[in-house]
Write a protein that binds this ligand. Sequence first.
Ligand SMILES: [Zn+2]
Length: 591
Amino acid sequence: MPHPNDPKLPGWSAYLDRLEEESHHEEGHSVVRADTLAAQPQPQPQPQPPLVLPARPVSPTDPRWLQPAWIAKITLGNWVYYFLAKLVLYGMELIAFHPLYNLALAAFILLPAPSVFWRRVKRVFTVLLALALLYYDTWLPSITRVIAKESSLANFRPSYLLELLTRFVSWQAVLALFAGWVIYRLLSYWLRVDWLVMLAMLLLLFVQFPLPGEVTSGAPQTANSRPDMEQVVQGFFDRESQRSVSLPVPDSPAFDVVIIHVCSLSWDDVRAVGLEQHPLWQRFDILLSHFNSAASYSGPAAIHLLRATCGQQAHEKLYQPTASHCYLMGSLEGRGYEPQLALNHNGKFDDFLGQVQTHGRMPMSPLALDGVNIAQYSFYDTPVYDDQSVINRWLTVRQKSGSARVALYYDTVSLHDGNYLPGGESLPNTLTTYKARLQRFLDSMEKIMQKLDDSGRRVVVVMVSDHGGAVRGDKRQIPGLREIPTPHISLVPAGIKVIGGGARRAGATVTIDQSTSYLAIAHVLAGMLEKSPFKTGSFAPSAYLTDLPLTSFVSQNENTTVAEYGQRYYLNNAAAGWEDYVEFNPLSGKP
Ligand SMILES: [Zn+2]
């Protein structure tokens, strides 16, 4: 409280002094002052120019407003900053804002507390409620779950951890919050800003839907118009459990199958860095442009791929054994193929190799990489081998093998977030280098295909990504985080290319833009086993696309599902139930 004799407060000192005496037992709350004021004859404040007078901030409930006591009591106090800050962040689309809950919290703050004890109790509850609501509004659960999941966070390279942290901080947001604070302080001289804030929340309650975002249809979205997604997804998995592709006895001439599983590459990443026109895409004979990887983490995506001969399984089923005909490599093995495994990393992160060996049923050891070139180091400081060198090593081993048919599963993390070049900690931000890394990767895929062609072997290459790198992030997840398997993360490139043996494709690349998933890859492979594309020297890709199985978009992680229905996307995370997912960043048309 100001000192009664403070020379800066000439006109107010005696008055405030008296108020202090009257209300010291009430902790000096301004509301109490106004209350007391209303019960007594009003002292006349001496007229002063407002910009000279306030050496300390003037509360909106300051007695100079001469407002009735009941009005002065309706105040959020300093909590107005809490709501104001959240409204600013909501305006910048950095957080969500649930007006009903926020209004409820405001109403709780407005409740009068009859005594000091109750005021203290109320304050504790207000802080707890405000923290809980902030947590809910900011979508933080996904972030904390990621951190909990990535239990080996301690193994992360410190500079990568720092880089991740800086992605959380938006300097524009810091500036906007500061500007909001300044504007509040100025306005509060003339206006009841806390009332404006409450009014804004009330208005938001009525106009919040549809949320700003990328929605394909302009129709309003309300909670009531949402389909019963629980039933939609249950029906999806019921139907998927009935679907499978059986691999036929292979036709001749024999060919190898090389599956290149690319970590961290989605169509949204490709668009984000402007590489949609890279020649590799047109090199494929069949390109699935709406392929759902069904997960946004490497392990589950690899299991989905390695169980491609059956329909999509729910996430939790991936970690239980399934029917033997559902294992892609096992099915190929049953048709005379020798399954082989290669990684361009040690496979230890998140026990990737263990997941592939156990749940993808590829128990063999991966290709030995001693002496192979190291192209990068991972975010946990282990070697990431050069893709061309790994495939060259495999080719060398393959040429010596007596197997008539080999099926290789090769997993590459060359595009993973946080990779850095040997000897260089200097990369400013691995996301900003994504374009250069992707360009180099797509170029190297072209060279690998050329090398396979030059080797004289007959090969069918399947290049498919496990999930995107979330290069742009969206309004709900910072770049690089993949806890929510949005279509921007799990709609990924999948291409099939027939190489060698003099096989010529009739016509151009066939692009399938309908919703597909792993079963479509199994279908094409089954077709090629049945009728070898190397048989006549020329093949039509469309011959392998008859009755191509389509698959609706359902993408999952542990506790999180994103599903499409009626061209809208819906999110379920165990805590909150189903909600609309509209927080896409609008760079690129349809997700
Ligand atoms: Zn991955």
